[in-house]
Design a protein around this ligand. Structure first.
Ligand code: BG6
Length: 494
């Protein structure tokens, strides 16, 4: 077991789930700020207001939607009184960043993945001038990272589209968002030259097909809108790569994909075909952004569905010439599919699919299947031959803070041990060029899927509950000491 010397060990977070500081320092509202909390069984809701009639209400945020418009005609997403929005305080990195980065430093982090809250820099998304106070906040964060020798990995957009872009333009289905994003990206890249070397443009770009409000600020859920939203993000991403290549060649810009291998429940060839089609639903996003062009199977899919992109020839030149420098991905587990009625298709092991008897799940039904990382690394590395980076992996658990303020999360240690072993195989047996590993939610934060606090991932426990109570104090879990040792020994001592 040996990881390369330059391997980037660390942890990952996102502003909408971690930062808090709602409206502080001139920050505007983003899409996630209008999401209530939920649970494993109750969906989060998007709250809205009709500015003409003043009617208010909310709509459950479901993974896929058959409706073209998921909030009523005339309504706009809005923050309402008497609703609880977990992102507004989250776990308050805004006021705890020095303490948190010190904890990361103590664990020996080489890198810290975080997102910038776009609405903290451009409060409405289309502002003429950036918000200096917001820029200063991140200056302080990056300076703090530097103290501990931690390299930031910055996601420019992690479910944080400024709400103004949704209200005025309908979100990412409008091509003008490309320009707004380009301006935002250039502003921050130039500002933090010498402080930030690694950027990701869009978190889990493929979530556009499942949760277009979060991923693209869309309230129009039609296939056409989602296709256009993705296309516009691809072009925006290529423009950022172009800008860096031409001006700051040392800065690397990556794609970020939500990825999990798809298994077949039986050896029926029809199941293999189904798995292939499921995989295609994800992989085409990387074929475009990292591979540089739309695969034929996707173009045929658009043709069948009558989707016509608003595009121009220059888009395709940009996509080809300025594909991502590396491919990063989240990987939490596998899903299993079948064409047969196997009577266990409720819950599944991951977002969709049937239950796989060979893998365990956590309380939220997510598979804890370490083979995934090795499989994912091989598929993604050898498809594009570009460096890859695991920027999310981990296990959500309802941890218990004991009276003496300890947390005994041996299940997490066990999960991580197996996953790190799987990465080791990918590097040392399969020859994959893996840049690093950032465990998701390294300091406890709000769950994106359910809005809960109880679904914790961290090495550090944060005292905060699902109703927003708690001191926000930080406590080291057993996994904190374990991960510190893993980093110290370059993965030798698991
Ligand atoms: C990824 C997202 O999908 O999974 C994160 O990029 C998210 O934002 C993570 O938090 C884990 O999902 P959840 O629903 O458990 O928070």
């Amino acid at each position: 077991m040996s990881f390369p010397k330059e391997f980037l060990w660390g942890g990952a977070t996102a502003a909408n789930q971690y930062e808090g500081g709602y409206l502080e320092g001139g920050k505007g509202i983003n899409t996630s700020d209008t999401l209530t909390n939920g649970s494993h069984t109750v969906a989060r809701r998007v709250t809205w207001r009709n500015p003409q009639t003043n009617e208010t209400g909310s709509t459950p945020m479901v993974f896929t939607s058959a409706t073209d418009r998921f909030i009523p005609e005339g309504a706009i997403p809005a923050v309402l009184e008497n609703e609880y929005y977990p992102s507004h305080t989250a776990t308050d990195f805004y006021h705890h960043f020095k303490e948190d980065i010190a904890l990361m430093g103590e664990m020996g982090f080489k890198t810290f993945r975080m997102s910038m809250n776009w609405a903290r820099i451009f409060p409405n998304g289309d502002d003429e001038q950036p918000n200096e106070e917001g820029l200063k906040f991140y200056d302080e964060v990056f300076d703090e990272c530097k103290k501990y020798g931690i390299e930031p990995l910055v996601t420019l957009s992690h479910y944080e589209t400024p709400i103004g872009l949704t209200i005025k333009y309908g979100g990412w289905k409008d091509r003008r968002c490309i320009d707004f994003f380009e301006k935002y990206a250039k502003t921050v890249i130039e500002r933090y030259v010498g402080k930030v070397k690694y950027y990701l443009t869009f978190n889990e770009i493929n979530i556009m097909s499942m949760m277009p409000y979060m991923a693209g600020g869309l309230v129009d859920f039609s296939e056409q809108a989602k296709a256009q939203g993705a296309h516009n993000q691809f072009v925006a991403s290529a423009k950022v790569v172009k800008f860096c290549h031409e001006n700051y060649p040392d800065i690397k810009v990556g794609q970020m994909l939500a990825y999990g291998p798809v298994y077949t429940y039986t050896c029926d060839p029809a199941d293999q075909i189904l798995a292939l089609e499921r995989s295609q639903e994800t992989i085409w996003y990387a074929d475009v952004q990292t591979g540089g062009h739309y695969p034929e199977f996707k173009l045929k899919d658009y043709e069948r569905k009558g989707i016509q992109l608003e595009d121009c020839p220059e888009d395709y030149e940009l996509l080809e010439k300025y594909s991502a420098d590396f491919l990063s991905f989240s990987c939490y587990g596998s899903s299993t599919v079948t064409t047969h009625d196997v009577g266990n298709d409720s819950g599944g092991n991951f977002v969709m699919g049937v239950t796989n008897p060979y893998v365990k799940t956590n309380a939220w039904g997510w598979a804890t299947d370490p083979a995934c990382l090795r499989l994912a690394c091989n598929t993604l590395y050898y498809r594009y031959n570009k460096p890859i980076w695991i920027v999310e992996n981990g296990i959500g658990w309802s941890d218990v803070l004991e009276e003496d303020k300890t947390v005994h999360d041996d299940y997490r240690i066990d999960y991580l041990r197996q996953n790190i072993q799987s990465m080791d195989d990918a590097i040392n047996k399969d020859g994959v060029n893996l840049m690093g590993y950032t465990m998701w939610g390294c300091i406890d934060l709000v769950s994106a899927g359910t809005g809960e606090m109880r679904k914790r991932y961290g090495f550090v426990y944060v005292d905060r509950d699902d109703e927003g109570n708690g001191s926000l104090n930080r406590y080291k879990k057993d996994s904190f000491y374990w991960y510190k040792k893993v980093i110290e020994t370059q993965g030798e001592d698991l």
